[in-house]
Design a protein around this ligand. Structure first.
Ligand code: NAD
Length: 489
């Protein structure tokens, strides 16, 4: 595959009101390939003025787009879906080159990201309000769902396509226009996606793209302007919380998909081989750089040794290398800082009593690689228990009773994903009762899909993405009260 030829097709400028242009001050920033440490693109960097221009374009386009027929919006999204699928290999190569995940995983993300376009192209046409009579008579009522208005969408680097399509597709389907700001580590996938949606027929101003070396030069002017009516953010909890404060001034509707610290609970009656596979998938997918990654693996003490030995074997067999090379399963971390952070977490776990069963150090040489790692025996004070790891480190902790398992699982400020492995179907219901998490995987390490309401509780966020719930986030309810012809007054 000629990766350079693919990268050469990608626009590096801003996209505002249907036009590609440089940033107002002509500034740029560079994007690196984390496997080779080479510069792969020089991007135009948006300024505060560019951000306001993008919002103005979205605001003008909103007046027309909100009143297009749902079918028209649906057909554009459907056309976008078809084009993304046609260009699947190019999308995956761009993603692997800027972010690091294996090409196979990148192909999977293109399918997953495209699914949001398909799902919301269908949902756009099946979007109803409801009707009722006031219980004591007098009026009848009808509700209509209206688009919320111009949206600011901010996305992280770990899933450069799907974290954006799960915002853009429902926003457009519900009749909204958007300004999107991708992460500066991985803007290229979104640039190529916006080019693709332009070809799919998205009118000028409906999608605006402002990439910038300064995130606050996009978020601050837009959130301080009353024309912006919605913020949807995916990223870390501290940034999400700061943006929520900024959004408060204009009482902007907010959705936040934030960090996680997922427990994976393996009960004594679990199918151990199945649980090893599930935990490996939940932990090592995306190089461990996933908000849903199994962060704390909680195993019943009676099977802990067998489970740890099998997980360490499975993890040690993973092939680490440049994600574009054949057969690679674990690519590099996204940047040097993340690689150094992994080493600090391992050292901290060892100083809290942990034993390394496999891995435990950075891979020497070019690229930000870190060995897939399994650690047992660290205390609950270790950072790998308390913090979101965001890399290929699997720490195993033990419990002796079911109540202890639920308590350990909930012992975190986060509440996004959780996983439970047991052969007892009743455990699924007890897990649902006890676990304070938005997502529960039961005998599976995979919870994401366009059809599910994805999201967290506590410090993991507000609102849901995907499914009908994901579209409601981009609407306001209006109620029309109508005098009941049978009213007695
Ligand atoms: P991050 O918070 O550093 O950045 C996310 C986005 O916010 C980027 O586009 C970044 O440029 C932007 N940003 C940073 N500072 C900003 C500011 N002051 N104002 C406006 N925008 C700002 O997060 P990250 O490192 O890119 O992503 C990793 C985090 O994202 C992890 O915590 C992970 O759990 C979380 N995440 C959550 C989900 C979910 O669905 N809940 C999904 C993926 C990632």
């Amino acid at each position: 595959m000629d990766i350079q030829a693919i990268l050469d097709q990608v626009e590096t400028r801003l996209y505002i009101n249907g036009e590609w242009r440089d940033g107002a001050e002509g500034e740029t920033y560079e994007v690196l390939n984390p496997a080779t440490e080479e510069v792969i693109a020089t991007m135009a960097s948006g300024t505060r003025q560019d951000s306001l221009d993008a919002l103005a374009a979205a605001d003008e386009a909103q007046k027309v787009w909100a009143h297009t027929a749902p079918r028209e919006r649906a057909e554009i999204l459907r056309k976008g879906y078809d084009l993304v699928k046609e260009r699947k290999e190019a999308f995956a190569a761009i993603m692997t080159t800027e972010m690091g995940k294996s090409y196979t995983e990148a192909l999977g993300e293109v399918d997953y990201g495209a699914d949001y376009l398909l799902w919301f192209s269908e949902e756009a046409n099946h979007f109803f309000g409801h009707t009722n009579r006031y219980p004591a008579k007098g009026n009848r009522m009808v509700t209509v769902r209206k688009p919320v208005g111009p949206c600011l969408l901010i996305t992280p680097w770990n899933f450069p396509l799907s974290m954006a399509t799960r915002k853009i597709a429902p926003a457009l389907a519900a009749g909204n226009t958007v300004v999107i700001k991708p992460a500066k580590l991985t803007p290229l996938t979104m640039q190529y996606f916006v080019q693709t949606m332009e070809e799919a027929g998205v009118p000028a101003g409906v999608i605006n793209l402002v990439s910038s070396k300064s995130a606050s030069d996009v978020s601050e002017p837009i959130l301080q302007d009353p024309r912006c009516r919605k913020l949807s953010f995916t990223g870390s909890t501290p940034v999400g919380s700061a943006l929520m404060k900024l959004a408060a001034d204009n009482v902007v509707k907010v959705s936040l998909e934030l960090g996680g610290n997922a427990p994976a609970i393996v009960f004594a009656d679990a199918d151990i081989d199945g649980a090893v596979e599930g935990v490996k998938a939940a932990k090592m997918r995306n190089i461990g750089e996933a908000c849903t990654a199994a962060n704390r693996i909680l195993v019943h003490e009676s099977i802990a040794e067998e489970f740890a030995t099998k997980l360490a074997k499975a993890v040690s067999e993973l092939k680490v290398g440049n994600g574009m090379d054949e057969g690679i399963e674990v690519g590099p971390l996204v940047e040097k800082k993340a690689q150094e952070h992994m080493q600090a977490l391992v050292d901290d776990a060892v100083s809290h009593g942990g034993t390394i069963l496999t891995g435990g150090k950075a891979v020497e040489g070019t690229g930000f690689f870190f060995e897939p790692t399994v650690i047992t025996g660290a205390s609950k004070d270790a950072k790998v228990f308390r913090e979101e790891i965001f890399g290929p480190i699997a720490p195993i902790f033990t419990f002796s009773t079911e109540q202890e398992a639920w308590a350990l699982a909930n012992d975190t400020e986060y509440g996004l994903a959780s996983y439970v492995f047991s052969e007892d179907p009743d455990v699924m219901w007890r897990a649902s009762d006890h676990l304070e998490f938005g997502l529960v995987g039961y005998n599976t390490g995979v919870v994401s899909d366009a059809s599910i309401p994805f999201g967290g509780v506590k410090a993991s966020g507000l609102g849901r993405e995907g499914s009908l719930e994901g579209m409601l986030e981009y609407t306001e309810v209006q109620m029309i009260g109508v005098r009941d012809p049978y009213a007695r007054f």
